[in-house]
Design a protein around this ligand. Structure first.
Ligand code: GAR
Length: 203
């Protein structure tokens, strides 16, 4: 069974979707072993506790550098035999301390059609820009900000009457459906990566 760690900083709707899919046997036979969270007050922690999933919670300010806390996380992941990382609203850049050992095995979900609107508040950026279509992207994580190879994308139309809340609700609904599907194909080892081209067997 492939052991997965989910990294999150906030509400945790994507964490919940992954945990639920694993519990229902819809995550390619993978199990969610650990939540890694950089915010001790984040609601996602309660979700993990309710689901009986272990947590590794830390305060970045208590470390000398990004590399220092990532080294602790890497040791924890290794101890638990984690094979795959799913970033799910984890609002921090990742350094080579984690990127290197998990190259090709670390995913992120982002609420835009990358490369449009990387970084923070992608939904607000899309609304401010006035685009008529945005979407969601699942991509591999490299050293950059939302720059890794694209694994899956779904477009979402922006309607004239959309508010931030209504658009965010549609984006979250799409994310919580797509992310478990993508994590499942990774867990089933149906993915091959050549440079920026990612292909999924049977799709
Ligand atoms: C999600 O919309 C995710 O795509 C976004 O944060 C939200 C977390 O929601 N991630 C990023 O913006 C990463 N750059 P959640 O905590 O309810 O899953």
């Amino acid at each position: 069974m492939v052991k997965i760690a989910v990294f999150a900083s906030g509400q945790g709707s994507n964490f919940q979707a992954l945990a639920d899919a694993a519990a229902a046997g819809r995550l390619g036979g993978a199990s969610v072993e650990l939540l890694v969270c950089d915010k001790p007050e984040a609601p996602v922690i309660k979700r993990a506790e309710a689901a009986g999933i272990d947590t590794f919670v830390f305060r970045p300010k208590e470390y000398a550098s990004r590399e220092a806390y990532e080294a602790e996380i890497a040791a924890e992941l290794e101890k638990r035999g984690i094979e795959l990382i799913a970033l799910a609203g984890y609002m921090r850049l990742i350094t080579s301390v984690l990127v290197k050992p998990y190259e090709g095995r670390m995913l992120n979900i982002h609420p835009s059609l990358l490369p449009a609107f990387p970084g923070k508040d992608a939904i607000g950026q899309a609304l401010d820009y006035g685009v008529k279509c945005t979407g969601i992207t699942v991509h591999l994580v490299d050293g950059g900000m939302d720059t890794g190879a694209v694994v899956a994308q779904l477009p979402i139309a922006i309607e004239a009457e959309d508010t931030r809340e209504s658009l965010e609700a549609r984006i979250h609904a799409a994310e919580t459906k797509l992310y478990p599907e993508v994590v499942a194909v990774f867990a089933e080892k149906r993915v091959s990566v050549e440079g920026r081209k990612v292909s999924i067997a049977g799709r």
